[in-house]
Design a protein around this ligand. Structure first.
Ligand SMILES: Nc1nc2c(c(=O)[nH]1)N[C@H]1C(S)=C(S)[C@@H](COP(=O)(O)OP(=O)(O)OC[C@H]3O[C@@H](n4cnc5c(=O)[nH]c(N)nc54)[C@H](O)[C@@H]3O)O[C@H]1N2
Ligand SMILES: Nc1nc2c(c(=O)[nH]1)N[C@H]1C(S)=C(S)[C@@H](COP(=O)(O)OP(=O)(O)OC[C@H]3O[C@@H](n4cnc5c(=O)[nH]c(N)nc54)[C@H](O)[C@@H]3O)O[C@H]1N2
Ligand code: SF4
Ligand SMILES: [Mo]
Length: 759
């Protein structure tokens, strides 16, 4: 029987809607669905991924059955087991480890927003472990924390016809965002509205800008304070808004007085005139929007001060909760993330085992509780598990040393930490020493190859999708599964429910299926599952100027901060060891004098490094199994400017080694317009076509930039623990070697072909 069903693509966070033609439970065709959000022919025409859906759905490299390790860890010997056998065995081993070491002996790891993570978080809460690690500290939390502490809640940029100036700061949506949003930036670039792009690399986004400012990496805080200096000195700030709604203006003005355009020009390596021009555009606009990204989020110690400085820039110009600038979001009408994860059910003794205390006083349960008291005045609560997620440095130490208690088991859900977490050598060694590793994934990734169990996950098309912004905005999108999971794959929800029930959590899992659970989530908002699937989303746009709403005494309700105003001078950050007023911090040095001397002695250089700048068609460590992509983008690159290439006698196509004291990796040199004092290095590269496991682990040691990075809590941001993926020093030098990437990716080796049967 042939039937057309609704479904979605999930090869990026945009979740485009599709029509799947289904025959006997199998998808035989997939076409864009123009009737549902977020259909746009331009997006689909520019997207190279969606046509992979059919191949991926039944790809011969997918893991289709639960696998249990046989023999040495990482030896790539597996036995196929039934779900009952796998889950019973995992539950039994977890119970035993819990009896022996306590429930905190179980840790978890997540990655980017590939799956709904609340089922894992619920499982961890019920199990009684605070040790969930993730990408929070370096991808989402810093901005959410600083917005919440400055404005009382988080904000979203609101770019529309009212917008008179746009700053795009440390983000390159041309490569990182397939969506309509990038199209809207492109339109701004073509219009009279001034567009400023702040990025040390001349990106495709920068090429649309009226002004490209290329600061030294990691100096953005000073640049933001420089903009504020000009805006205040030239009287371009919003006097009425500041007088009524900002706390600590005089203190802030005195603080930025020293950040003159000339001082900032020197500090950031930019032109003083450009600082003035950009500041004037921002200050004079009736509504100015600013969007920031990874360039700022992954700058270690600078992350909090830079976000704070940006918050202050918005506030002094009155660009908060204003159409065309940014809008303070609202909590979701549907059941919020914080309720779904059920952190309130975790007993205090278990929360007290959180390793972050006292290392990261904001990113921990105590810090969370203090902030909650403040934001709750206007009814808002952040998702607990993301905002308290455990610091990898501390959990790895507990794995390595048993201090302050042994962490012996790990669940890895939708992430490939051997490629994407900092300090690969350390992660690898810590994981190799564990008693139990369970990986839930589609593929035998390098990380899966060292697991005890690999559990096959159902993907988009095989499971319902409900993407929400961690419960900090009133939006969710997605749709239904078109088919039952192929083979024996299961959704993440089903896996955690089944495991939870085996470990005495039955009461926490009343809904038999993910769809039933989501139906209940939506019921709160008065929407049926059918309506949601019909529309492809739930959305209620936030209204502006909410601080003017009357409170119970008929006065304007203000902002959910300690002072009820936007805090230019923060009254709460010092409680967490933070600064009242934002000040830049020095960047991370990971190179010893000996390393630098060795590199320069053979013609190399000591440069600042940024890692992982987004590029199509890949995503982190994904899609390297697509032969077409590999043909068009065949090798991992290290990019330097033409002047630097000339200075070092390097040419495009040369093999270079990039190193820090942590380790080294090799890349193919590319030359592009960017600052002369830096190198930009790709991340995520491995060979899915190679035999998994030892000795090569999918080729992950060759060009893995995370062999060079560090997650040290001591050198990270002191309140949140954000480590550095950008603005790290490194050395680069030419090596005479051909890299494995020149091999044909379609030529699967025979060893891996043999293993296909087991999957
Ligand atoms: N040096 C450096 N490191 C970085 C970054 C950087 O810029 N530089 N960026 C950081 C950032 S921002 C992020 S978000 C992370 C990304 O890090 P990860 O999320 O670890 O990276 P991915 O390669 O996207 O890994 C996703 C894995 O999940 C699997 N997967 C996909 N969907 C699902 C699903 O629905 N369920 C399950 N169970 N598995 C699924 C995929 O097959 C893949 O193996 O990397 C971080 N690490
Ligand atoms: N193709 C593709 N798309 C992706 C992903 C992917 O892996 N591949 N990953 C997804 C994920 S997990 C995320 S978090 C988003 C990230 O999305 P974005 O935040 O847009 O990340 P990038 O595109 O890398 O842009 C970051 C920019 O910051 C610049 N930068 C680096 N250091 C500094 C600095 O010190 N100051 C300033 N001002 N700029 C700096 C870099 O040169 C780079 O151009 O992308 C998502 N989309
Ligand atoms: S834009 Fe993203 S969700 Fe849409 S089709 Fe492309 S990869 Fe899929
Ligand atoms: Mo991310």
């Amino acid at each position: 029987m042939r039937e057309v069903r609704k479904t979605n693509c999930h090869f990026c966070g945009y979740l485009c809607a599709f029509h799947a033609t289904v025959e006997d439970g199998r998808v035989v065709d997939l076409e864009p669905d123009p009737s549902r959000y977020p259909y746009d022919p331009k997006v689909l025409a520019g997207c190279r991924r969606w046509k992979m859906n059919l191949d991926v759905l039944d790809g011969d490299d997918r893991v289709n059955y639960p696998l249990r390790r046989v023999g040495e860890r990482g030896a790539n010997n597996w036995e196929r087991v039934s779900w009952d056998e796998a889950l019973d065995d995992i539950a039994q081993r977890l119970s035993k480890l819990r009896d022996q070491y306590g429930s905190e002996t179980l840790a978890s790891m997540i990655g980017g927003p590939h799956a709904s993570f609340w089922p894992l978080h619920r499982f961890m809460n019920m199990f009684g472990s605070p040790n969930n690690m993730g990408i929070g500290q370096i991808c989402w939390n810093p901005r959410i924390w600083m917005d919440a502490l400055t404005f009382g809640w988080t904000i979203e940029a609101d770019i529309n016809d009212d917008t008179e100036c746009v700053f795009i700061w440390g983000t390159n949506p041309a490569e990182s965002d397939n969506s309509l949003w990038w199209q809207s930036i492109r339109r701004i670039g073509k219009s009279d509205t001034p567009l400023v792009v702040i990025d040390p690399r001349y990106t495709k986004t920068a090429s649309c800008a009226d002004l490209w400012i290329a600061p030294k990496t990691g100096t953005d805080c000073a640049l933001a304070l420089g903009f504020a200096n000009v805006i205040i000195a030239e009287g371009l700030y919003d006097r009425d808004f500041v007088a009524e709604w900002c706390h600590g203006f005089d203190e802030f003005a005195a603080h930025v007085a020293r950040y003159t355009p000339e001082y900032v020009a020197e500090f950031c390596g930019v032109s003083a005139d450009d600082v003035r021009t950009a500041a004037r555009w921002f200050g004079r606009a009736q509504a100015a929007a600013l969007v920031s990204g990874r360039g700022i989020d992954q700058s270690g110690r600078n992350v909090a001060p830079t976000h704070r400085a940006i918050c202050c820039l918005r506030a002094i110009t009155g660009n908060v909760d204003k159409p065309g600038a940014c809008i303070i979001t609202e909590m979701s009408d549907f059941t919020t993330e914080v309720e779904l994860e059920m952190t309130d059910e975790m007993v205090p003794e278990h929360k007290a085992r959180c390793l972050n205390t006292p290392f990261t006083p904001l990113q921990c349960y105590e810090g969370y509780a203090k902030v909650q008291k403040v934001t709750e005045r206007l009814g808002c609560r952040l998702p607990t598990r993301y905002m308290t997620s455990a610091h990898p440095d501390l959990v790895l130490r507990a794995m390595e040393t048993g201090e302050p208690y042994p962490v012996r088991a790990l669940i890895v859900n939708a992430t490939n930490p051997l490629l994407t977490y900092a300090d690969t050598h350390r992660v690898f060694n810590a994981l190799m020493g564990l008693d139990l590793i369970v990986v839930i994934d589609y593929y035998l990734t390098p990380t899966a190859s060292i697991a005890d169990f690999v559990l096959p996950c159902a993907g988009a098309i095989e499971r319902p999708l409900f993407q929400q912004h961690g419960g900090v905005a009133n939006i969710a999108y997605g749709g239904p599964a078109a088919v039952e999971p192929y083979y024996e794959r299961r959704s993440d929800y089903d896996i955690f429910r089944a495991l939870g029930i085996r470990l005495g959590q039955a009461e926490a899992w009343p809904h038999e299926t993910f769809k039933d659970a989501l139906e209940d989530v939506l019921a709160r908002a008065g929407m049926t599952w059918e309506e949601y699937c019909e529309r492809g989303m739930y959305f209620r746009p936030p209204v502006p100027f909410k601080y003017l709403y009357p409170d119970e005494t008929d006065n304007p309700r203000g902002f959910a901060t300690t002072t009820g105003k936007i805090e230019l001078a923060s009254e709460i950050l010092p409680d967490f060891g933070g600064q009242r007023l934002p000040e830049p911090a020095p960047c991370l040095s990971l190179c010893s004098d000996e390393l630098i001397a060795r590199a320069t002695a053979c013609g190399g250089a000591h440069l600042s490094m940024v890692t992982g700048a987004r590029k199509q068609p890949y995503n982190a460590s994904m899609y390297f199994n697509n032969p077409k992509f590999r043909k068009s983008s065949p090798h991992p690159a290290a990019e330097i400017s033409p002047a630097t290439a000339q200075r070092l006698g390097l040419r495009a196509g040369d093999t270079v080694e990039v190193a820090t004291d942590k380790g080294s990796a090799r890349f193919v040199l590319e030359v592009r317009t960017m600052r002369d004092d830096m190198v930009s290095v790709d991340y995520g590269w491995w060979h899915p076509e190679w035999t998994p496991g030892a000795p090569d682990f999918g080729g992950m040691w060759e060009s893995n930039v995370n062999c060079l990075t560090s997650c040290s809590v001591a050198t990270g941001e002191p309140m949140i623990g954000t480590w550095w993926y950008n603005a790290i020093d490194c050395v680069i030098r030419k090596v005479d070697e051909t890299l494995s990437w020149q091999d044909d990716p379609c030529a699967k080796d025979s060893a891996s072909a043999d293993k296909d049967d087991a999957r």
